[in-house]
Design a protein around this ligand. Structure first.
Ligand SMILES: [Zn+2]
Length: 203
């Protein structure tokens, strides 16, 4: 689909205008599909203060949010006589693969810091991002989050923000782990609004 839109070239050989056109097109595709997004933005100071690895903390957070989404979905599906759904996780092959495989195994066996996982099977699978369209979309989403939270470039994030898991206007699919207790971003604003009724304390 994108091959018909922009000449197939390595990203670093495209013009700024071509890159922007691709990003807008990817955001349009994400917005038009049924897919639901999950993400976690971590400030290094936040995990440094807790002696945690930001990458591992973000992975645990996103896995937990995905499992909670499946629990919520399954409650609705089974109450209407439908079949329960299970989730799988596919990750881009990277230098973190070994670490994440170990962490995923621990989460599967012992649960996250908040709760046992109930709906995710056989985590995780690894695949080369260049061969997998869904992982390329995931990469775009991760970059959109990075732009929003690290460089103040909000355009890509703003185009997909409404696709993060939400229920009745409450955002469950996006976390911002920050030491700034008065942050007014979408995730922090929603978290403060739902405190007291949330199943898991995320921050
Ligand atoms: Zn925030």
């Amino acid at each position: 689909m994108l091959q018909n839109y922009i000449p197939v070239l390595p990203w670093n050989q495209l013009t700024i205008e071509q890159r922007q056109a691709i990003k807008v097109k990817m955001a349009q595709i994400i917005g038009a599909r049924l897919g639901i997004l999950f993400g976690c933005a971590v400030e290094r100071q936040y995990t440094n203060a807790r002696h945690e690895d930001p990458y591992e903390r973000a992975f645990e957070d996103v896995v937990s949010r995905f499992d909670l989404f499946l629990s919520r979905t399954n409650r609705a599906v089974t109450s209407s006589g439908g079949e329960e759904q299970r989730g799988i996780i596919v990750l881009a092959s990277s230098g973190f693969q070994k670490t994440l495989a170990l962490l995923a195994n621990k989460l599967q066996q012992s649960g996250t810091r908040w709760r046992q996982l109930h709906n995710i099977t056989d985590i995780p699978f690894f695949a080369p991002a260049k061969d997998t369209r869904m992982l390329q979309f995931a990469d775009f989403i991760a970059n959109a989050l990075y732009g929003r939270y690290h460089t103040s470039l909000t355009g890509d994030f703003d185009r997909i923000a409404n696709k993060f898991d939400n229920d009745g206007g409450v955002i469950h699919g996006l976390a911002h782990l920050t030491l700034n207790s008065s942050c007014t971003c979408l995730a922090c604003f929603s978290r403060r609004g739902r405190q007291g009724s949330l199943v898991a304390p995320y921050a």
